[in-house]
Design a protein around this ligand. Structure first.
Ligand code: G3I
Length: 329
């Protein structure tokens, strides 16, 4: 879907109470955890009020959803999909092929049976949500920061053709869902984004059914990519005929002087998104979580406040930076 930023809805610019999802026809989304929908009322309420799209943060990954070779755990993912339907939200599936969060059993699959196992997993998962999950991250983070193919179990067992195979299997399982390659550290211009561009261009040239690229946009406010570079990167990928979405945005601030943090974060969110909206047609923007109380960042990088809502679900300056970008102010 290509939707340039539309005019703000009546009253949205001045009133300040309009939700993000009401400001634009572009899907504005968040990564979500099904367990929180029931345990945290404010979480569930904020998610549905502000966002028009859900990416399951973990529930559809191989390990959580297919924990034993013969057993699937559908309930958490089903709950998210049902929640999205009930609140008129899209679902972006994540992630069919990724080297993290794999179940232990996969390493024990005999090499000669690996291809069949791979195919069955993708077919079953995409097939189950056919018609309900409108887009998928098919292959996630297949490239290293040097732009080489990452050494994963998929590369080892199936060879470099596994990427094209994954897209073909997913497309056969649901010909109407939009299929994405998703990666991090490829947001601005540089070696990794060139490698992503070359990879997806090659797939298109080979007739592989790929429809889009997800730029994760996990940023550090102390060293963000130049907004103009991000926009140029999006333009370059779009010129291949692909949809481009910002897929997992968050902005770390712990390296910024404490009293400036929230203001700097607001500017980073606003400048990157405004540059993209002005120069390109994004297919969507998703944030990697809802509240600073629950973000993967704390565990990986140390305590931080990377998202749009604080721990009490109050809108942060970052929220208003995003809103400013959406309404063009
Ligand atoms: O499932 C267990 C649960 O049973 C247990 O009670 C709990 C105790 O800590 O751990 C749970 O698993 C954790 C899981 O998140 C669910 O909370 C894993 O240990 C933890 O490693 C896992 O982290 C996720 C990470 O991917 C996995 O590498 C993060 O939540 C998730 O935000 C993160 O998301 C990735 C994207 O998928 C791809 N791009 C990068 C992004 C950040 O790493």
């Amino acid at each position: 879907m290509h939707l340039r930023r539309p005019s703000p809805v009546a009253g949205a610019g001045g009133a300040g109470d309009a939700s993000l999802r009401s400001l634009t026809a572009m899907p504005i989304g968040a990564a979500a955890e099904p367990a929180l929908l029931e345990s945290d009322v404010a979480y569930a309420e904020t998610l549905a009020r502000e966002f028009g799209s859900i990416t399951p943060e973990n529930a559809m990954k191989w390990g959580p959803i297919h924990p034993d070779e013969s057993a699937w755990r559908w309930e958490p993912a089903d709950r998210l999909v049902e929640y999205a339907r009930a609140h008129d939200m899209l679902v972006h599936g994540h992630a069919l092929v990724w080297h993290e969060q794999l179940p232990a059993w996969i390493s024990a699959v005999a090499p000669r049976r690996f291809r069949e196992t791979f195919e069955e997993h993708l077919q079953t998962l995409v097939g189950r949500y056919r018609g309900r999950v409108g887009s998928w991250d098919v292959v996630n983070e297949a490239l290293t920061s040097r732009g080489r193919l990452r050494d994963t179990i998929f590369l080892g067992r199936l060879g470099p053709g596994y990427i094209a195979e994954a897209f073909r299997i997913a497309h056969a399982a649901d010909p109407d869902t939009r299929l994405y390659y998703n990666d991090f550290g490829a947001d601005g211009l540089g070696r990794k984004s060139e490698a992503v561009h070359a990879l997806v261009r090659g797939l298109l040239e080979d007739g592989v059914p790929i429809h889009g690229v997800g730029l994760q946009m996990h940023l550090d406010a102390a060293s963000p990519p130049a907004a103009a570079d991000v926009a140029a990167n999006v333009e370059r990928l779009s010129a291949l005929g692909l949809d481009v979405r910002i897929s997992e945005m968050d902005v770390r601030v712990r390296r910024i002087r404490a009293r400036d943090r929230l203001a700097v974060q607001r500017i980073v969110y606003r400048d990157i998104l405004a540059a993209c909206f002005e120069r390109t047609d994004l297919a969507g923007v998703s944030f990697w979580g809802v509240t600073d109380a629950r973000s993967w960042i704390d565990e990986r990088f140390g305590e931080d406040d990377p998202l749009l809502f604080d721990a009490a679900y109050e809108r942060k300056p970052a929220y208003f930076g995003v809103r400013d970008a959406l309404v063009g102010t």
